[in-house]
Design a binder for this molecule. Structure first.
Ligand code: GDP
Ligand code: MG
Length: 160
C-alpha cells in the first residue's frame, strides 16, 4: 500500500449542481459558481433554465411521499434555476461538503448554505448525493450537445 497513491485511487466523478430560484433571485449565481471553480473542479455544463413541473417532480421523485413535496415543486419551478455539471476526483461528496447541511441553520459556516441561507425551504443550491445520481441527474437536466469535455490549463497544478 503506497500512501502517495491514495489520491489517484479516487475516482473522477460527475455531479449535478443546481442554483435554485432563490439563489438566482438573490444575485448569488457568481458567488456559488465561484466556490466550485476555486476548489478546482471542472465545469462541463451550464445553463439558466425555467424548470417545468414534470421535470422537478422527476428530479425529486424519491421525496414524493413527503408532506413538503408540493411546496418543494412550487419552489423549484418558481423562477429560473442555474443547471451545472461538474467533474473531478471525489466531486460528489466534496460538493456536498461545500454545500453544507440541508437545513442551513445546521450548515457549518464556510459552506454555501451555512454562509448564505437560513431555511430548508430556501436553501439556494442542490447537489447530487451519489455518483449514480450525479449521472442520472445530469442526463435528466441536460440534452446531448449541452455538455463540454475539455482540459483546463491548470490541471497539472491541481492533480498529480
Ligand atoms: P438535500 O440533498 O440536502 O438537498 O436534501 P434532501 O434531498 O433531503 O431534500 C431535497 C430538498 O427538499 C432540500 O434541499 C430542500 O429544498 C427540500 N426539503 C427537504 N426537507 C424539507 C422540509 O422539511 N421542508 C421543506 N419546506 N423543504 C424541504
Ligand atoms: Mg438530496
Amino acid at each position: 500500500f503506497l500512501p502517495h497513491l491514495v489520491a489517484s485511487m479516487e475516482e473522477v466523478e460527475e455531479t449535478y449542481i443546481m442554483i435554485k430560484p432563490d439563489g438566482v433571485q438573490r444575485g448569488l449565481v457568481g458567488e456559488i459558481i465561484s466556490r466550485f471553480e476555486k476548489k478546482g473542479f471542472k465545469l462541463t455544463g451550464l445553463k439558466l433554465f425555467q424548470c417545468p413541473k414534470e421535470l422537478a417532480e422527476e428530479h425529486y421523485k424519491d421525496l414524493k411521499s413527503k408532506s413538503f413535496f408540493p411546496k418543494l415543486i412550487d419552489y423549484i419551478t418558481s423562477g429560473p434555476v442555474v443547471c451545472m455539471a461538474w467533474e473531478g476526483i471525489g466531486v460528489v461528496a466534496s460538493a456536498r461538503k461545500l454545500i453544507g447541511a440541508t437545513n442551513p441553520l445546521n450548515a457549518e459556516p464556510g459552506t454555501i448554505r451555512g454562509d448564505l441561507a437560513v431555511q430548508t425551504g430556501r436553501n439556494v443550491v442542490h447537489g447530487s448525493d451519489s455518483p449514480e445520481n450525479g449521472k442520472r441527474e445530469i442526463a435528466l437536466w441536460f440534452k446531448e450537445g449541452e455538455l463540454s469535455s475539455w482540459t483546463p490549463v491548470q490541471e497539472p497544478w491541481l492533480t498529480e
